[in-house]
Write a new protein. Structure first.
Length: 789
């Protein structure tokens, strides 16, 4: 059966309720019609003008309509529903005393606004019409076709969409301000709730340049007449790729003179990511959610390519390994990881796979294939794939076929060894004279596994790079020059463990920044996995501390910080953490005109971290709090952190939170609040959540960061039942609650036995998060017991 079209009319009241009428045109023969709906009240269903009985099965959100569907049929449904309080479906987003109505349907929440076949493979055209108060405006995927006033109410009708999936439909109702621009014939529209539109053109510029890049790279034009970038004041996801009506958290569209370079870079990446989806995900959509990664991995990888082409000074592929590859390598080193391509049966499972595997591992595998087959072959394969499946659905195997045809390489075999099972290889490498021996096994933080992969290896010599495909557990090759390392520029998704002599003898001057980052990142993972001891780890860190580039400084600082959350009393760590961050801060000095873009970012990171290792420095920062509004956007977080550490006072931070309109500043304040502790401060923070000063979307940020603070772990443990219930209410239908629980468990579990407590709160929604959290806890506990002092 084929769904041809939906015609949907919603009469939206100002009491958070609405009535709906829809006409669904079908083509084909079915013994019964099965639709999806959740939380709606069905008033009447007709098929070809005949009233039909129906049954609802809540376990699958299935609405089963009596009677056989034959040939072309017209289904008419009258229904009513409520605008929701959770950040999912058709919901209310508040800002101060005002509100807007907005939608978030991925993965399976379109059914919460209107009955439909809520499955990505059932594409259809949509005609949407809304009846609203006359002082409001409406935004949807397509431009407005007509707008009339009848009986004191406004009727807004939108142009019909192309064939598309239900999860990409968007509807926003409110009082909006807009800024307009054009790219070719495409209207680019920045929209925000009234009074919340900033003056910067930066987001519009990113949008225009992203469209231009993707049109050139994919060889296919953007197909809609307009693109909205919509700022949503309360939003669980960072952004959502609704076709032609992309939604964002406010932080990603608000730029002013105080915006730091780190946030500018994040804004560019998020906008480019969502615009990449307009091709990968919207124009061509996966058949089912087991191929979700096709959407997310491509948008992840392509957004970095796009921004790297626009702003080479951002060093985007440095950020790629920090933000995508590192997290994916970490998450995929667990026994409780999942394959990139995973079987999905229901919506609970869908929500839990929007994680570092779908985004980061998938993106990293694509980067590896891109390097292996070459960018021109990669680009040509994508063009043929997108052209062939335009307005249709596809599977991963379809893409491998096109990439293999354009490159004459075994793309499918390589990809399937990485995407159809969890985990990734660790290569044990040792040099014996002119021979390089290679042994592969699965890398796990806890345990061992001898499975093998087809690994596209790159071997770096002083005079160049050689490639090979390692497809067996052991191989020995002849060296063709002076060997430097394996995995040039960290383009491959694997780790490499060398013998101790390699680390001692390594000459750092032959390493690129990405090479150096990879060795340091691997060393931390090997320490956690108990494959190297603390003495070797210290030697590696102290050796690489000579390097003063953004990537290595960021990585060493991150590792020292993470170790401080696990072994906070380790003497070497406390001394070296203070020494290293002070040395780097002295090296960087104050901000200088014309300095590299990333220097400002790393200065802010190092300053914030030094505040955690050095109480005197924290007090120096705290004394600058009165001048906060005049402090550089990359440095002001360190002032907040210093204030929190030195004075342990959430009340001043709460006042700052209430006064600022900047989401960027709010996020930094909430991070600093998590560094405070004690009953008085906890009460202040709870009150800030209750009054909305801490947005619903940001509550999880506080809980994760507070759990990393040894002084707050008992408090978080005591609130665990409440945290699960509250986050499940706020983030209903998403995987965020599971992610938070995964992040909390390994830290509070270092101080308190939590296994019995977890049995009492476990649900299907958080089951995966509990398993992963307990696995991390086992790893952290081993490290703590070996190296706590």
């Amino acid at each position: 059966m084929d769904i041809l079209s939906y015609e949907i009319t919603l009469d939206i009241k100002n009491d958070h309720k609405y009535t709906g009428h829809e006409i669904i045109t079908l083509d084909g023969n079915e013994e019964k019609l099965i639709l999806n709906e959740s939380g709606l009240v069905i008033d009447e269903i007709k098929v070809n003008n005949k009233e039909k009985n129906y049954k609802f099965y809540s376990e699958n959100d299935e609405l089963v309509v009596d009677g056989i569907i034959t040939s072309r049929s017209v289904v008419e449904i009258r229904f009513h529903g409520k605008i929701l309080e959770s950040l999912d479906g058709f919901y209310v987003a508040r800002y101060g005393d005002n509100e807007m109505y907005t939608t978030q349907f991925e993965a399976s929440s379109a059914r919460r606004m209107f009955p439909c076949i809520d499955n990505p493979s059932y594409k259809a055209t949509f005609k949407i019409r809304v009846i609203i108060d006359k002082d409001l405006s409406a935004i949807s995927n397509m431009p407005v076709k007509s707008e009339t006033i009848e009986n004191g109410r406004k009727i807004v009708e939108f142009h019909e969409t192309p064939r598309m999936s239900t999860y990409l439909i968007y509807l926003g109702i409110g009082r909006f301000e807009e800024k307009h621009d054009k790219y070719k014939n495409i209207d680019i529209i920045l929209a925000a709730p009234e009074g919340r539109l900033t003056g910067s053109d930066y987001p519009m510029e990113i949008a225009k340049r992203s469209i231009e890049f993707y049109e050139n790279y994919f060889g296919i034009d953007y197909v809609l007449p307009k693109m909205h970038l919509i700022s949503v004041p309360e939003f669980a996801a960072g952004a959502m790729e609704n076709w032609g009506a992309i939604t964002f958290r406010e932080i990603y569209l608000n730029v002013d003179s105080h915006t730091g370079n780190s946030v500018k870079k994040a804004i560019a990446d998020v906008i480019a990511h969502e615009i990449a989806h307009q091709w990968f995900g919207d124009l061509v959509t996966m058949k089912w959610w087991n191929d979700l990664w096709l959407n997310e991995s491509f948008a992840t990888f392509m957004s970095y390519k796009a921004i790297d082409s626009m702003y080479p000074e951002f060093d985007m592929f440095g950020d790629f390994v920090i933000s995508e590859t590192s997290g994916a390598l970490s998450g995929d080193s667990l026994i409780n990881s999942h394959p990139i391509e995973v079987e999905v049966k229901n919506s609970d499972e869908i929500s839990q796979i929007f994680d570092e595997i779908s985004y980061g591992k998938g993106g990293s595998i694509l980067r590896m294939i891109n390097k292996y087959i070459g960018d021109e072959n990669f680009k040509n394969g994508l063009n043929r794939y997108l052209t062939n499946f335009k307005y249709k659905n596809a599977e991963g195997t379809d893409l491998w076929e096109y990439l293999a045809k354009t490159s004459n390489e075994p793309v499918r075999e390589i990809m399937e060894s990485f995407i159809k099972r969890s985990g990734y290889p660790m290569i044990r490498a040792s040099v014996n004279g002119k021979k390089l021996s290679l042994k592969q096994e699965r890398f796990l933080l806890n345990g061992s596994d001898n499975r093998i992969w087809k690994v596209p290896l790159t071997i770096k010599y002083k005079n160049g790079i050689k490639s090979m495909l390692l497809s067996k557990d052991y191989d020995e090759i002849d060296l063709n020059g002076d060997f430097i390392k394996i995995n040039a520029d960290e383009s491959g998704f694997y780790r490499v463990l060398y013998d101790e002599a390699f680390y001692n003898d390594l000459d750092l001057k032959y390493l690129s920044n990405l090479d150096a980052w990879g060795i340091v990142n691997d060393a931390y993972a090997f320490l956690l996995a108990d494959r190297i001891d603390m003495n070797l780890y210290k030697m590696i860190i102290e050796k690489f501390s000579e390097l003063k580039n953004y990537l290595v400084i960021n990585e060493i600082s991150n590792e020292l910080f993470r170790l401080k959350t696990i072994i906070p009393e380790n003497r070497w760590l406390l001394e070296y953490g203070k020494k290293y961050h002070r040395m780097i801060l002295d090296y960087l000095g104050d901000k200088k005109p014309g300095e590299d873009f990333n220097v400002s970012i790393i200065r802010g990171i190092v300053s914030s971290r030094l505040a955690l290792f050095d109480e005197e420095y924290a007090m120096e920062l705290a004394e600058k709090i009165d001048d906060f509004d005049n402090i550089d956007g990359d440095m002001n977080a360190s002032v907040l952190n210093g204030y929190a550490v030195a004075l342990n006072d959430a009340s001043r931070l709460r006042e700052m939170l209430k006064k600022t309109d900047s989401d960027e500043t709010k996020v930094k304040i909430i991070n600093a609040m998590a560094l405070t502790h004690g009953d008085r401060n906890f009460k202040i923070i709870e009150d800030a959540m209750a009054t909305g000063d801490i947005k619903k979307q940001d509550t999880m940020r506080y809980y994760i960061n507070a759990a990393m603070n040894p002084m707050s772990r008992e408090y978080i443990y005591g609130k665990l039942d409440y945290i699960v219930k509250e986050l499940s209410r706020i983030f209903e239908g998403s995987g965020y609650t599971s992610m938070v629980i995964e992040s909390i468990i390994p830290y509070i579990g270092l101080s308190i036995d939590i296994k019995e407590k977890l049995k009492s709160i476990e649900t299907k929604e958080i089951n995966r998060g509990i398993k992963k959290g307990l696995e991390y806890l086992e790893v952290y506990s081993r490290l703590y017991n070996k190296y706590k002092i």
